[in-house]
Design a protein around this ligand. Structure first.
Ligand code: ADP
Ligand code: UVW
Ligand code: MG
Length: 414
């Protein structure tokens, strides 16, 4: 349990909210991952605003980790623990100040392309999408159920990872397989981490002092899961994750792109059942599969000690990134900015440097000194001579989810 609650806000939550009127202006955001639950309580009294403009005030945040490995038996237990932690600070779910709970839901299929008020019917639809996001949607559903149980009267808003990618043109969303089969089984590129790609592309435009509709950006979201997107004038036109969050970049434990025949080869030659191949590619591949570690910090330490497996894992990871930067440059035609975000993107000087060095022909020049400076907020790390701006832009999926949920409940009568 890593408690990030700010002591001052916890001690005087009402004062910290900047809202003395007692109106329901708070949103609790739940981001339930495959093995963790992140939560944030925000006060949106200033208005949902634009995400890069008016900001919600953070009242509390926390993280319940290692679900299933010890005292926290499952996601329901983790959510009850989170609710208990908030209650201990006088910020419990029973507060009349709460306007909504915003839930990150990873897969929204083709139906959910907007933030959606959760009803029984909506929940049933989200359940139907479990086979397309087996590591993520079940946790999101548990989050919704527990929050509903604790506060049945409160609006629950689902904000979908796939939503921002709904604008991807058909030629990029279609896989080149038999159309009838694809349509019968919903097989197409959906894309994920959309809340982050959306937020970061707008924050990058703001950093450049330009309107989002004037800026073409390649966003590299590099967390445990990792994905790239090409955003033209604020509209997503391509992304690296596909039917599920397995495609594309090399990730902590996921392979990303590979020849689909690898799967048949493992089934036929190694006698692996499909389930085992699924687990191999999702949980025992990526950086972990290549070198035994999925944390980029640990890989950096091992590389410094001359560890060859760690070095190779790093090189496979950045080679894939470079391929996507090149491909998305071709897709966009004109690139104004490349933006790095999430745990690895925001913190790994070495990944950013290696991924973008030698790309002068594409107009991309990273400045090693700027890149090595550790800083808090959004910042430029490109050389002055670079045609393309290179930026490090901290993502804030929770704030974006809160803003979207608050905007929606504001629009709902009653
Ligand atoms: N200082 C750092 N240097 C390099 N990598 C880092 C650093 N801090 C965090 N990371 C990486 O960020 C990853 C987690 O990113 P995050 O965006 O929090 O993931 P998620 O939201 O998917 O859990 C970790 O696996 C770790 O490799
Ligand atoms: C969709 C996805 O990969 O999410 P995460 O990075 O949280 O695992
Ligand atoms: Mg994340």
């Amino acid at each position: 349990m890593n408690d990030r609650t700010e002591a001052s806000s916890a001690a005087a939550p009402e004062a910290a909210s900047g809202n003395a009127s007692g109106a329901a202006t708070r949103v609790l955001v739940l981001n339930s991952g495959s093995s963790s639950v992140k939560y944030q309580l925000l006060d949106m009294a200033g208005g949902a605003g634009t995400v890069t403009g008016g900001r919600g005030a953070l009242l509390a945040s926390g993280l319940v980790e290692r679900i299933g490995e010890g005292p926290v038996a499952d996601h329901a237990a983790a959510l009850r623990q989170a609710a208990g932690e908030l209650a201990d600070r006088g910020l419990g779910l029973d507060s009349p100040r709460l306007a909504a709970v915003g839930h990150r839901v990873v897969h929204g299929g083709t139906r959910f392309t907007e933030p959606t008020l959760v009803t029984d019917e909506v929940l049933a639809e989200i359940e139907k999408l479990v086979p397309l996001a087996p590591l993520h949607n079940p946790a999101n559903i548990t989050g919704i159920r527990v929050a509903r149980e604790l506060r049945p009267d409160l609006p629950q808003v689902a904000v979908f990872d796939t939503a921002f990618h709904a604008t991807i043109p058909e030629h990029a969303a279609r896989y080149a397989i038999d159309t009838a089969t694809a349509d019968a089984y919903g097989i197409r590129r959906y894309g994920f981490h959309g809340t982050s790609h959306s937020y970061v592309s707008r924050a990058t435009a703001a950093l450049l002092g330009r309107d989002p509709d004037q800026v073409n950006t390649i966003v590299l979201h590099l967390g445990n899961g990792a994905s790239a997107s090409a955003v033209r004038g604020g509209v997503c036109v391509e992304t690296s994750m596909g039917l599920t969050p397995l495609e594309g970049l090399v990730m902590g434990t996921r392979s990303g792109d590979l020849d689909p025949a690898v799967i048949f080869h493992l089934v036929r030659e190694a006698g692996m059942p499909a389930e085992e191949v699924d687990t191999l590619l999702n949980k025992r591949s990526g950086l972990l599969g290549l070198c035994g570690d999925n944390d980029m910090r640990e890989i950096g330490r091992r590389m410094a000690e001359g560890d060859d497996a760690a070095r190779l894992a790093f090189e496979v990871y950045v080679h894939r990134l470079r391929k996507y930067v090149g491909a998305y440059t071709a897709v966009l035609g004109r690139v104004d900015a490349v933006a790095f975000t999430a745990g690895v993107g925001e913190n790994s000087v070495a990944v950013r440097q290696a991924a973008l060095s030698g790309l002068t022909a594409l107009g991309i020049e990273i400045d090693p000194v700027r890149n090595a400076l550790r800083g808090g907020g959004a910042r430029l790390v490109s050389a002055d001579s670079s045609r393309v701006a290179v930026a490090v832009v901290p993502t804030d999926e929770e704030l974006e989810i809160a803003a979207q949920a608050y905007e929606l409940v504001g629009a709902v009568p009653g």
